[in-house]
Each structure stands twice: as C-alpha cells, then as structure tokens.
Design a protein around this ligand. Structure first.
Ligand code: NAD
Length: 490
C-alpha cells in the first residue's frame, strides 16, 4: 500500500468535463492504491445548484465500470458539494465554513489543495478571494493547481502570474501540463541521466538533429470555439512541446529534485534563440486542413468562421545557442487531422565520419544514421536503430532495431497522467509542473512567431486530412538536407 496523504480538495469547475472525465476517476485510482484513504475530502463547486447526494451520484457515474468496485461507496462518501459563483466574494465565507467542517470531520490537518478547473479568466479572481476571505489561513499546506492555458501571450501570462502571486508563492502553484504526467516523458530523464552510453553522446558532436512530433488524428471536435482563438502554436507548442524540448535540451541537474530540474530547464530555455521577423518566417510554418478523406475542412467545422485563418498545424526549427547544442537543430511539429495519433521523439545521430563499407566492389548501401526513438504514446517504449551485417555470404549492412516496449503488466501499473499529477501535488513535488520562468520564456519565444504570422495572410487551407501536414513542413527540414524520421509511405 502507498503512503497515505492527507488533504482537502476544493475543485472549482467541479462539474465540468475535465473533472468528471479525468479528475475524479484519477482520484479513485489513488484511493485504490492507498494514497487516499481515511483522511481526505472533496468539495466540488460550480454555479449549479445541487445537493451533496446529487453530486455524489454524478461522481459515481464518472467512475464508469469502477462504480461497482467494493470501495467505490466509501470513496464517494468523502465528497461534498457547494454551489459557488467564483465571482461572489461573500460566498467564500460559506466555502470556508464547509472546508473547516470537513477538515475537522476527516482530520485533514488544515492541508488544502485548490484545484482550478474552469475558465482561465477566473484564475486570478479565485486565487485572490481564497486569500482575502481566509481559506488559506489553515494550519497545513495550501496549494493551488491551475489548468492550461496560462495566458495567451507573455503579457497576459505575466498579468495572471502577478494576480496569483498576491495570494500564493511560486512553490505553492502547480501549473498542469498533462504531458509531463506521461510515463515516457518522465523516462527522458531516466534514459539520459541513467545511461552513460546515452548521455555521453547527448550533444552536438554526435547528434545531428532531434525531432519532436505530437500528431493528432482528430479535428477540433467540440472545442472549436476555444481552439479557433488559440491555434496549434498556443495550444500545443507553447506548453507541451516546449516542455518536452527543454527536458531533451537541459544539462544534468545537480540532483533529481524539482528545484534542480526546473533550474536546468530554465537555463536551457534561456539559450533558445528567440527569432527576429526574418528567422521566424523561415523557421516556422503553419497549416490548416482542408476537406478530404471524408473529413470536412476546418473552416466548415461547427463554430469555426468560414474565413478563419487559425492554424491547425505547426512545424518549426528551434536552435539553442549553447555549447551543447550549437549547430544541432530541434525540429518540432504538431497538428490536427493528421495521419495517426501518436507522440514521439526521434534523436538522429551523425553518420560515421568514414563509411569503410562503401567500397564499390562491395556495392553496399550507404550506412544509415543511428536513431533513438522515444515512443511517448499510444505505445510507450524506445527503439535504437543500428547498422549490422546481414546474414549470409558476402558483406552487406542493413539497419536493425533494438526495441523496448512497456508490456501489458507495465501498462496496467502505469498511472494515468492526472493520477500521477494529483499525487505529486499532494507530495508537494513540482517536478512535473511548469514553473513561471519556464512559462514566461516559452511565451517570449512563441510570441515572436505569432507576431510575424499575424502580419501575414496565410494560404489556407494547405493540407489534406490524413496527411502529415503541408508540403512546407517537409520543405522546412529538406532545406537543411534532412528528412522527418516518421514519414508516410516510406
Ligand atoms: P467545462 O466548461 O466543462 O467546465 C467548467 C466548469 O466551471 C463547470 O463546472 C462550470 O459550472 C464552472 N463555472 C463556470 N463559470 C463559473 C463561475 N462563475 N463560478 C463557478 N463555477 C463556474 O470546462 P472543462 O473542459 O472541464 O475545462 C476546465 C479547465 O480545464 C479549463 O481551464 C480548460 O482549458 C482546462 N482543460 C480541460 C481539458 C479537457 O479535456 N476538458 C483538457 C485540458 C485542460
């Protein structure tokens, strides 16, 4: 059994899609593992009127088939509900009384986690009232969890951060980036810093380029009104991709602690080249899907304006101006309505300086580059491409793959990202959350690209559903005499 953690959770936006689909089922998993046991309680809040029993019914339903589990009823008995408009200052007193009551009942030691799973417009308001109305006066820890997006550019993010910091210190704020809760993202650190043969080659002497692909098969679905104001650059690059890239690029932390890891990620982001107008235009391309493959065009999706110039695809080249990475580009791409749903990192090593097998009489195919691929999802694992001799007479080389994939037992033992992240918040471990300096550097980088794009009229639509994005994404990397490792029809 895991160590029991003690806390009261107050979910703002507690009747929302995220809460029912991810948060409560993840908490039940934590209950099954023993992280949550006797000493926890949940207050769900939203504007809707509901009794505790009605809320408990909804939580029960959210557990899906797990609701018939023998422990489900005991778990649900820890849930309470308060109808609470987050803009109504006076009502925070009611919430405080309820929190104090549950604190006493379940012996929660004054530990409080305030989880903001609602529109980001309210983040600052809620944080401020939690402090001024005394909810953070309890004796234990007070932690604030916030969902993405954190601002829509550097200025709005800085404003939001200022609002939060009137009520919470940086080490009390947990900015969720659910990609950081994924098993294989966390494996980047294990693979790099646990293996001499990896880390000793992890630099521009041996690595030719690194490619990060976050490919989505679906379109905008029912998120169109949010997505059309955000776009792939803000929705995926500023947060998830920049986080993955900083884990790949950072130096070895002094120790495996949140403070040390964050310090190295920030240092890496500080050496990321922020583009001027000309470089942003050359090094980033955008796309929007048209109709094809039985899929309608983005501009014909519900709640998308017919003249929308929002991007549903981004590809780009990132350059770090530091000793480790100078001359080794990081290529990134992400988009909707692509060929398949997957996330992977391909680390392409340099070819041997001399190919001694390439004598004409051997007629051997040229050696291929070694590639270390980290499969993040849906399958988790990694694969190393090496050159080896083929069996038989004569001498021929061919690439072979050494693969490792998490097996079924491993998959079963792997916590859902939200389960892991909620657990981390209870432990007070900020490793897998975005710190303000990381968020701010990421915005400063992304803002430059946005600024250039906002001045230019894109030729949209420019890619077909089921492809890997516009031709410009291939041209971007081919210009450097390279190819995407993952390509269609190869
Ligand atoms: P949602 O619209 O389904 O839920 C919003 C919740 O906020 C509801 O419970 C609603 O009643 C409540 N609410 C709205 N106005 C309120 C007010 N004035 N006072 C009190 N409560 C109020 O949203 P969601 O999809 O659950 O998303 C919540 C947050 O999580 C957002 O920041 C979103 O960007 C983020 N997020 C969601 C997902 C997802 O899969 N749904 C994924 C990543 C991030």
């Amino acid at each position: 059994m895991a160590t029991e953690r003690t806390s009261l959770f107050i979910f703002f936006g507690g009747t929302g899609d995220l809460a029912y689909r991810k948060l409560y089922p993840s908490m039940f998993n934590l209950y099954k593992r023993g992280t949550l046991r006797e000493h926890f309680a949940v207050i769900g809040t939203s504007r809707n009127k509901m009794t505790d029993e009605e809320f408990q019914d909804a939580v029960r339903k959210s557990l899906g088939t797990a609701k018939s589990d023998k422990d489900a009823e005991k778990f649900i008995s820890h849930f309470a509900y308060e109808a609470h408009d987050v803009t109504d200052k006076a009502h925070y007193k009611v919430l405080k009384d309820r929190a104090d009551e549950l604190d006493k009942k379940f012996k929660l030691e004054g530990n409080r986690i305030f989880y903001l799973s609602l529109s980001p417009n309210f983040f600052g308001t809620v944080a401020g009232f939690l402090k001024t109305e005394g909810l953070t006066d309890s004796q234990g820890f007070n932690r604030l969890v916030i969902e993405k997006p954190f601002g829509r550019d550097y200025d709005s993010a800085a404003q939001l951060n200022d609002a939060l910091s009137t009520a919470f210190n940086e080490d009390q704020v947990f900015r969720i980036d659910h990609y950081l809760g994924k098993e294989m993202i966390q494996n980047i650190e294990a693979l790099r810093f646990g293996n001499t043969i990896v880390e000793s080659l992890w630099n521009n002497r041996y690595i030719d380029n690194i490619q990060v692909t976050l490919s989505e098969k679906l379109g905008v679905e029912e998120r169109a009104s949010y997505y059309d104001n955000s776009g792939a650059l803000r929705d995926m690059v500023q947060n998830h991709i920049m986080q993955i890239v900083s884990l790949l690029a950072m130096e070895q932390p002094v120790a495996f602690t949140d403070v040390d890891i964050r310090a190295e990620k920030v240092k890496a982001l500080r050496s990321l080249r922020v583009y001027n107008v000309a470089d942003a235009s050359t090094n980033f391309v955008r796309g929007q899907y048209g109709a094809g493959n039985k899929q309608r065009a983005y501009r014909d999706e519900d709640n998308v304006p017919h003249d929308s110039n929002n991007e549903t695809f981004v590809a780009g080249k990132l350059l770090f101006d530091n000793y480790r990475w100078s001359g080794t580009p990081f290529y990134i791409r992400t988009g909707k309505e692509l060929a398949d749903k997957f996330t992977r990192v391909d680390v392409v090593f340099k070819k041997p300086l001399v190919d001694i097998f390439a004598f004409p009489q051997n007629a051997n195919a040229p050696l291929e580059a070694n590639v270390l691929t980290m499969f993040i999802e849906p399958k988790a694992g990694f694969s190393l491409r090496l050159n080896a001799k083929t069996s038989g007479q004569g001498f021929q080389t061919a690439p072979i793959n050494m693969d490792y994939f998490v097996d079924a037992a491993g998959e079963k033992a792997t916590p859902e990202p939200y389960e892991r992240l909620i657990h981390d918040v209870m432990k007070g471990d900020g490793t897998n959350f975005s710190s303000w300096p990381e968020v701010s550097y990421a915005w400063k980088f992304v803002d430059q690209i946005r600024k250039v794009w906002d001045l230019q009229q894109p030729a949209f639509p420019n890619y077909t559903p089921g492809s890997m994005g516009p031709a410009a994404a291939d041209e971007l990397i081919q210009r450097d005499h390279r190819e995407w490792v993952y390509r269609l029809n190869q």
